[in-house]
Design a protein around this ligand. Sequence first.
Ligand code: DQA
Length: 148
Amino acid sequence: MKNRILVINGPNLQLLGKREPEIYGNETLDDIAAKMQSKANEYGIKLEFFQSCSEGAIAERIGAEVMQNELDGIIINPGAYSHTSIAILDAIKALKIPVIEVHLSNIHAREEFRHQSMTGRGAAGVICGFGSYSYMLALDGMINKIGK
Ligand code: DQA
């Protein structure tokens, strides 16, 4: 057990709090990170946060984790790349640790083009529709999955 979980956020999620608040809420990514870390502390788990708008940078970061093997799991909101990115899916598939995909909104209740998650095919589980609380549920699911 490494007691380390990486939380990856994709494009436009750095805008949380300002971006379409009627869909994504008023909390910032830092607010969400702070809540997650305080829960993780109860389990002696250190969270790391990585945000990028670049598909390549996300694939590279996941690839680096494949090589380093220093994590227990990855929680990821790939944003719009969820619906399109074979590159991120392939990177996820290279991992030997569980990945939980998270979305603030219920992607199934939105536009047709959001209904499919390409990256979700590589995930152990997918959580969507609970706003910022989706991340807390994902963390809970991950803690359960890694047997903490
Ligand atoms: C999102 C849903 C995606 O369709 C969208 O492109 C996002 C955010 C969510 O968290 O609800 O950027 O992943």
